[in-house]
Structures are given as structure tokens and as C-alpha cells.
Design a binder for this molecule. Sequence first.
Ligand code: GTQ
Length: 348
Amino acid sequence: MPADASDHPQAEARRAFYRRIDPANLTPLWEVLSALVPQTPRTAAQPALWRYTDVRPELMEAGRLITAHEAERRVLILENPGLRGQSRITQSLYAGLQLILPGEVAPAHRHTQSALRLVLDGEGAYTAVDGERTTMRRGDFIITPAWTFHDHGNEGDQPVIWLDGLDIPIVDFLGAGFQEKGGADVQAVTRAEGDALARYASNMVPMDFHPRPSDPTRVFVYPYAQTQRALDGIAASPIDPHHGWKLRYVNPATGASPMPTIGAFAQKLPAGFETRALRSTDSTIHVCLEGDGMARVGEQEFRFSQNDVFVVPSWHPLHLQAQRDCLLFSYSDRPVQQALGLWREHKD
Ligand code: GTQ
């Protein structure tokens, strides 16, 4: 291979050539081709686990050092150890843990990045999305699609913590980031709580609602109680050897993922169950909502329990083993890969 042929008779002449063309912003493809077009998926992202019991005290310390208002969003980013300094948990997606203390407000803004929240800890907070509030309850999956105004507030008496998942690296890659502050910290409420669920998530939609296939869903909260009911409801049927009992969240009006850039999933694994190895091209972030178990990701093993987060990079085989009945939430860039015809999985 030319790249390694430093003893090749032309090696010195080649290096001189590279140096000569360098000022003209030219560089030889053959030195980098195999890295650019790999045999199998390559990512600098590494398998990693964040234990909630380790992160929570640090988040509470952040709560003593800065207010939600000052920070705009008081978040500790979960940075992939292979991608430090890049504010991302996988090559394409961002994750962080956000804290909002009693009485605090994270002021209204909107941006072209799409966001999801998975509520982990505490009660009494709300998220408002384009004029409607939803009370945040543990396990709720809440979305703020691109360019929707959102603010968060805590009207209760406990700290509230949730996981944020955003497509920040995708929007950055495309150079398409815009943001705008709201006119007021707390946006005006224009619809009653539950309006979106009644209007768009009751096997019915408004008379004049004809979404295009790529439109994000108007349902912006997927309550945990519904997720649990759905997973319990399929648990009477045979379990899938690779997934356990697993469902994906959809836009009920189109069947597509709730947002075009991020797919989200929930799965149940009964105590003692072990999945067969599965690999896929979408690097995936997992959150343990119930139970505890073990994730083997390539060579690494992670013991996880409630509220722990672990990441499985592209094409790494994943084995899951439930010690106690588990409910796992996960998200990835799968809809993007599928839209581009790139997504693949391999089942052992
Ligand atoms: O809640 O709007 O973790 O804009 C990062 C950027 C959360 C948010 C983050 C954000 C938000």
C-alpha cells in the first residue's frame, strides 16, 4: 500500500511532491483512501457508561455554582471519551443531563437543532413547547422539534433532572445552526395541557391536518405510562431473541420517527434474559429506566442500573443481559441513515 511504503524507491520523491503541492491546498488521496472509505464502519466514538450515582452529585454541585437562568441550560454534557472537546456522545448526536431546581426557569428559545428529553429524577417540572406545557414525569419521552419555542420550569419542591438528546453534531456538520431567544423567559400558554395528546395521539387527527411524511409529530410528549402499557401488552407474546420486547416511538399520524433526525426506542428484558449479539450502523445511546443488568459492547462490559447511560458505537456488537426486569430507552440517528439508504444491521 503506497501509504506505508516509506522504503519505496519513490518515497522521498513522493514526500517532496506532497510538500510542494501543500501550499496550494492539495493533498494526495492515496495516502488517506482506506481511512476515508473503510472496509467496515469506523468511528472514533468508544463504548462508554455514565453511572447516575456518579453524575448526580456533580450536577447538584453545578446547581450551587450557576443558576439555570445564568446558564440558560444547566447541563453536564456526556462527552464520548473518544470525542473529548466535541460536545457529543456519538459522532452524530449529543447527550447531556439537565438540572432545574425548584423555582427556576430555563428561558424560552428555539433552534434548528431537534431535542428530546427523557425525564429521570424528581417531580414538579414542566416543559412548554410552542404554547403547550407538559408536566414532566419520570420516564416521559418529550420532544422539541426543530424551531419550536421551548422553556423549562420547576414549580415543585424537588430538583428535577432529565437527559437531553440533540442532533447538534448533525446540524453543525450541515452548517445549518440558527437560534432565537423568546420574547419572554416563560412563553405564553395558549393551549391546555393534554391538548396535543387528545388532538394527535388518540387514533384521530384534526379535520384539516394532512402532514407530509417528513413533518415532525405534533405529539410532543410520549407519557411513560403509555410506554409501559405498550411493552407490558406485548410481553404475553414470544420474545425477540435480539431485541427482547422492543418498540419504536413514532409520529402517530405518519408512522415515521417523531423527529426526522432522531429515532427513539423502548425495550423490556425480563430478568435472566440475554439478547443475541446485534450490531447496527447507528451508534445508539441507551438509558436504563428500570432494573439492572449487563451490556457487553465489543470487548467491554458495563454493569448498568437505574438512570445509567451507556453508548454503543456504530457496528459494535451488543449483548444485553438483564439481572432484574429491565426497561431500556434508547435513541440514535437511524432515521437519517435510513433516509439516505445507509442503515444496516447484522444479527448473530
Ligand atoms: O433544553 O434547549 O442540553 O438548547 C443543549 C442545548 C438543552 C435545551 C441542551 C439546548 C437545550
